[in-house]
Design a binder for this molecule. Structure first.
Ligand SMILES: Nc1ncnc2c1ncn2[C@@H]1O[C@H](COP(=O)(O)OP(=O)(O)OP(=O)(O)O)[C@@H](O)[C@H]1O
Length: 284
């Protein structure tokens, strides 16, 4: 006797994931940032003197050095925020890949779409929902998105927050913990898909567990964004960065870079003894 066995029907192939398309934003992919002979002033107070530094694409560069040596000023020059201070002036060039972000035809807002920033204190819009916080930058930057729910999920996932908030996207951003608020701010910065993310002491207001989460996030981020981070925490600089630049200002002198190199070299065998003294906690 012969029997025929019907093969079960093959399952339908899963539909391909819909591609999220942003219109009016930055070009895709991380970009390198190069500062050439950057000097900066507040009024007649010169705070940086001819700082040159290359920050490679898809890497994390840490800016380290004692308080007041100009790290934050340098960071703010990299996305044209320095010029928001009325007395501020600067000289030199900042190249994003090979284009000067200070050339006449570039509007500051355009530069800030390509080079996002996360600040020391989490600054979500407290009365806005988590969803609206993340997507807030699109409207401000004049960017449209074909699939906002997917962009929301993508941004929160990249910021390491999706699993914690996926069930309460309509609740207020101000109700999250400090560490979650900082990751919400990272998601907000990522939602417009910048090529570079600047982080100014992003963990200094956070507990060790939240700090750890943000460091993990930074590791993930460099796959598709260049990260430049200011940190006073030498262990953090060592853990998260590929290269470091050590800033120092003498008394009544502007800040300068003493040395910049691969992080491992800076922490184990720096060229300048002042770098070793600083990274090993002997001053600053
Ligand atoms: N808005 C401002 N107006 C005037 N001077 C300023 C302003 N911001 C910074 N400065 C001065 O510029 C110098 C460099 O400050 P900056 O904040 O860049 O240093 P920093 O290395 O980031 O310090 P910290 O590690 O303490 O944040 C300091 O002398 C500071 O007082």
């Amino acid at each position: 006797m012969s029997t025929t066995t019907e093969l079960p029907a093959a399952p339908d192939p899963a539909p391909p994931p819909r591609q999220i398309v942003l219109t009016g934003g930055a070009p895709a992919g991380a970009a390198a940032v190069t500062a050439r002979a950057v000097s900066a002033w507040f009024g007649d107070h010169k705070v940086l003197d001819r700082v040159s530094l290359h920050m490679p694409a898809n890497e994390v560069t840490a800016l380290i050095g004692p308080s007041g040596c100009g790290k934050s000023t340098f960071l703010r020059i990299l996305n044209r925020m320095h010029e928001l201070v009325p007395s501020a002036a600067l000289a030199g060039e900042v190249l994003l890949d090979d284009q000067d972000i200070y050339r006449a035809e570039v509007r500051p807002a355009q530069a800030r779409v390509r080079i996002g920033m996360v600040f020391q204190r989490p600054n979500p819009f407290p009365a806005m929902t988590i969803r609206d916080n993340v997507l807030a930058g699109l409207k401000l930057a004049g960017i449209t998105c074909n699939d906002r729910p997917s962009l929301l999920e993508e941004s929160l996932t990249r910021a390491g927050l999706w699993n914690e908030v996926r069930g309460r996207l309509g609740t207020l951003g101000g109700a999250l913990s400090g560490g979650q608020q900082q990751r919400l701010c990272i998601a907000r910065a990522l939602a417009i898909r910048p090529q570079v993310l600047l982080m100014d002491e992003p963990c200094s207001a956070l507990d060790p567990t939240s700090t750890n989460r943000i460091e993990e996030t930074i590791h993930e981020l460099k796959k598709d964004v260049t990260v430049v981070i200011v940190t006073h925490n030498m262990q953090q600089a060592h853990r998260v960065s590929d290269s470091c630049a050590f800033f120092l200002a003498g008394e009544n002198e502007p800040g300068r870079i003493v040395e910049a190199d691969q992080t491992e070299k800076m922490f184990s065998d720096p060229a300048d003894p002042r770098t070793l003294d600083y990274v090993s906690g002997r001053f600053g």
